[in-house]
Design a protein. Structure first.
Length: 234
């Protein structure tokens, strides 16, 4: 299956633009290029972001590098997938089929959708209307998912976090390998292990159920002992 390996996503709502830097997975060597996603001026920014969400859900755009420009989107995608797992794993497939069913139903108000030649000509001559029908169908069908996706991108969870394995050890994630995941384990957390929450969420999902996210709490000096020492000194 052909898809885009994406290493950068930039949102520009003020200019109604989304830019992605990606490479086609079939190319060797990979050639990354920056392009504007869905350049059509007929679509507003919300519609473009909705289409980006669907491209990610469908696997047509896959995050290949985790950085500040991709982590929010990979996190939002995982939130969506976990939403389907918790609610109904089959719902994604059902809605995928529903997209075309509902589109055809709306389009049939204007043209005989079973007449291939008439349909093709109508879609070519009425692109603005066709885009409006498509995006209205998608907006209604994926209303809940889209709100979750947008909120997850913007979500800010303060603090630093780290992963613990089932033995209670702190994990410093290194990289993914052909044999699994490379990491170092420590008895106590250190600065090398600390992560932003969204990155911790992504890595936990990749490594599996034997790992958990823990918030890092700095150890404070025991004020009572310190004060006792001051009194003894006086």
């Amino acid at each position: 299956m052909s898809y885009e390996k994406c290493k950068n996503i930039i949102l520009k709502p003020k200019t109604n633009q989304i830019f992605i830097t990606s490479a086609t997975n079939n190319d060797r060597p990979l050639h990354y290029y920056k392009s504007e996603y869905t350049r059509s001026g007929a679509l507003n920014f919300e519609d473009k972001l909705l289409n980006l969400m669907l491209s990610m859900i469908d696997g047509n755009i896959q995050i290949s590098q985790l950085n500040k420009h991709t982590i929010p989107f990979e996190y939002a995608l995982l939130k969506l997938r976990n939403y389907y797992r918790e609610k109904n794993i089959d719902e994604y497939g059902e809605k995928f089929d529903k997209r075309y069913e509902l589109y055809n139903k709306e389009l049939s108000k204007y043209v005989d959708v079973n007449d291939f030649e008439k349909r093709r000509r109508f879609e070519q001559d009425n692109r603005k209307l066709v885009n409006e029908i498509k995006n209205q169908v998608l907006s209604n069908l994926y209303k809940t998912e889209f709100e979750l996706f947008k909120n997850s991108i913007k979500e800010e969870i303060k603090g630093q976090y780290y992963l613990k394995d089932k033995f209670g050890r702190t994990i410093e994630y290194i990289k993914e390998t052909n044999r699994g995941h490379s990491y170092r384990a420590y008895e106590e957390p250190n600065k090398e292990c600390l992560l932003d929450y969204k990155l911790a969420y992504i890595l936990k999902d990749r490594m599996g159920k034997d790992y958990e996210i823990t918030k890092f709490e700095e150890r404070q000096e025991n004020r009572e002992n310190f004060e006792d020492e001051e009194e003894e000194y006086e």
